[in-house]
Design a protein around this ligand. Structure first.
Ligand code: ATP
Ligand code: MG
Length: 581
């Protein structure tokens, strides 16, 4: 069975199985209604068959066929009604499930946005994934539901026939078993492999084609365009052959399926004839009833192999989804802390999931309330990684990072209340200046916004804009320069008023004069707060209380700027080099 890709994919699946469990009762209802619909359809044919053949014997009183008349009506009404409710229940279930599904997907994307950003273009991944969700939805609606309904009916038929006649029960077990299990499995194995192959062919075909179209002049110049065409036709032929083989198989399979159903019908006729007396009239009316009952089943059964085969398409989606990181299980509840705030890293270790290298290898550091700390280190040393651990965006591989004794990854979004961050390139949204500043605190009044703009030295610039705070960013020639963006980002932080501020290379890309101005503003405005400043430059470092160097995932040097200046040759050299720039 491990040959069936879907089953293999579902073994460690975290995306389909949990949702089957979560909305168990709606699922049971949908499947039961599905089974009842077909029982009604079968019942309708059964009573109708009985009614027709009984009536053909011209009973002397209509009351003799009264019961089948009523039953025919009842089944006739119940069939569409249950069918309608089955649709309601199953779609309700699927919508519930996909909405939970999408939430899980976005949680998973959100928690590791950094990872996705580095590996994929975000638009691509969202497009891909929304398609995957649609695939999984179809997997339920077109494959899993009909399969479960078919299994339910299978059990009922075998048991019911088995009670009437054990031999017929056995025959039904075999024949329907072939129809419901063997043919779909056969279909998946044979055509599944073909689909896989076709995908490969198509991929190489596309790759070759684009490559060669780009280089078409070179083929021509080399005088070898015919050779290329032959090559291309050859690969196309492979694809076509595989598609034809697939179609041929489908015809054969559908034929075998219909033959099976025919066998069921014939065996019912023969059995009915011997069981109910073998002569027309009287109990022979049951023959038509039993036989006609088979036909509505054809509707569920004949779609099964195609549905099963379709699962190969869904398997890729399932695998892709299962490769995503699992979102954290529990919702984080707000953690309430009181000042003063101390950050402590103890033997902090971190390795990016799926990589070998330990980026942080036992880092110990205490950041005291109100301290101004500079973190230095060469590119790739793990400074930004450390920053994301401080903010609780990542979970330590080993060791601890805590804020007042609480692990930072327990805060969730609530960490923003305590730690504000300014990045290398603060993002400005395509909305008004006011909204861009208010990102820090939605409830801030316009006065408060003006006051922080004043503090970061942007008030005059914003006042000069045609619509002031209501000017759209990016409109009316409003392009914030690098320095202004950083100031605006600082304004957000000040509005939020978090006690700890983390600056991750906030001045990269600024010219030295602007850089100096931005740093001075930052230091001025943040003097009451704990400040963690990640930087490459040593410009302005004297204003800090403590300087640490991260090297090889550990702290290599540590001390106040004055201490390091006096005792550390390496530091002096770096400072000299930086000033020389
Ligand atoms: P820079 O000064 O250039 O900003 P940094 O000190 O901030 O460098 P980090 O961004 O923390 O360095 O990266 C440290 C190491 O971790 C690098 O080797 C980087 O390749 C690796 N790394 C960073 N992000 C990821 C990620 N999402 N997955 C795997 N490895 C990563
Ligand atoms: Mg960095």
């Amino acid at each position: 069975m491990n040959k069936i890709p879907l089953l293999k994919a579902m073994k460690h699946d975290q995306w389909v199985k949990p949702f089957l469990k979560r909305y168990k009762w709606t699922l049971v209802l949908a499947i039961s209604l599905g089974i009842i619909t077909f029982i009604c359809a079968g019942g309708l044919m059964f009573t109708a068959g009985f009614l027709i053949s009984k009536s053909a014997t011209m009973p002397f009183n209509i009351l003799l066929v009264y019961v089948p008349i009523v039953l025919t009506r009842a089944f006739g009404i119940f069939r569409p009604v249950t069918n309608y409710f089955e649709r309601l229940a199953s779609h309700n279930w699927v919508f519930k499930m996909t909405s939970a599904f999408r939430k899980k997907l976005y949680d998973s994307l959100e928690q590791d946005a950094v990872f996705f950003n580095s590996k994929y273009r975000i638009g691509d991944i969202l497009g891909l994934l929304s398609e995957d969700v649609a695939h999984i939805q179809n997997l339920y609606l077109r494959t899993i539901f009909p399969m479960l309904v078919a299994f339910g009916l299978y059990a009922i038929i075998v048991i019911a026939m088995g009670i009437l006649s054990p031999l017929m029960g056995l025959l039904m077990l075999v024949l329907f078993g072939l129809i419901i299990i063997a043919i779909p499995v056969w279909s998946v194995l044979v055509n599944g492999a073909r689909q896989q192959l076709e995908k490969q062919y198509t991929n190489t075909l596309y790759a070759d084609l684009t490559d060669n179209i780009m280089g078409i002049t070179d083929w021509e110049l080399a005088g070898r365009s015919d050779e290329y065409l032959t090559h291309h036709r050859h690969s196309e032929k492979h694809l076509l052959a595989s598609q034809q083989a697939k179609k041929k198989f489908e015809h054969l399979r559908d034929f075998v399926l219909q033959v099976m159903i025919l066998l069921v019908v014939i065996s019912l006729v023969i059995w009915g004839a011997s069981y109910f007396g073998g002569h027309w009239g009287g109990s022979a009316n049951w023959i038509a009833a039993f036989v006609l009952c088979v036909f509505p089943l054809d509707e569920v059964l004949s779609s099964l192999p195609t549905a099963a085969q379709q699962t190969n398409v869904y398997t890729d989606s399932l695998n892709r989804l299962n490769k995503l990181p699992q979102p954290a299980k529990e919702e984080t509840k707000p953690v309430e802390l009181a000042a003063p705030y101390t950050i402590k890293a103890e033997n902090l270790q971190y390795r990016y999931p799926g990589t070998e290298k330990l980026i942080l290898r036992g880092l110990d550091l205490e950041i005291k309330p109100g301290e101004k700390l500079a973190i230095l280190g060469r590119s790739g040393a793990g400074k930004s990684t450390f920053a994301s651990l401080i903010r609780g965006d990542r979970q330590p591989t080993a060791g601890k990072i805590t804020l007042n004794g609480v692990a930072t990854d327990e805060f969730g979004d609530g960490i923003a209340k305590y730690i504000g961050v300014v990045h290398q390139s603060p993002y400005l949204f395509n909305t008004t200046v006011l909204n861009n500043v208010r990102l820090g605190n939605e409830d801030a009044t316009e006065d408060q916004v003006w006051s922080v703009l004043e503090r970061v030295g942007l008030a005059a610039m914003v006042k000069s804009l045609p619509k002031g705070l209501d000017t759209m960013v990016g409109e009316a020639g409003l392009r914030f320069s690098g320095g202004e963006r950083h100031r605006l980002s600082l304004a957000r932080i000040l509005l939020k008023d978090a006690p700890i501020v983390l600056l991750d290379e906030p001045t990269v890309g600024l010219d030295p004069i602007t850089e100096q101005q931005v740093i001075t503003t930052f230091m001025d405005q943040l003097k009451d707060k704990t400040l963690i400043w990640i930087t490459h430059h040593l410009q302005g470092i004297e204003m800090m209380d403590q300087v640490v160097f991260i090297e090889d995932g550990q702290i290599a040097m540590q001390g106040s700027p004055a201490e390091l200046q006096a005792t550390n040759k390496h530091y002096r050299m770096l400072k000299q080099a930086d000033e020389g720039n």
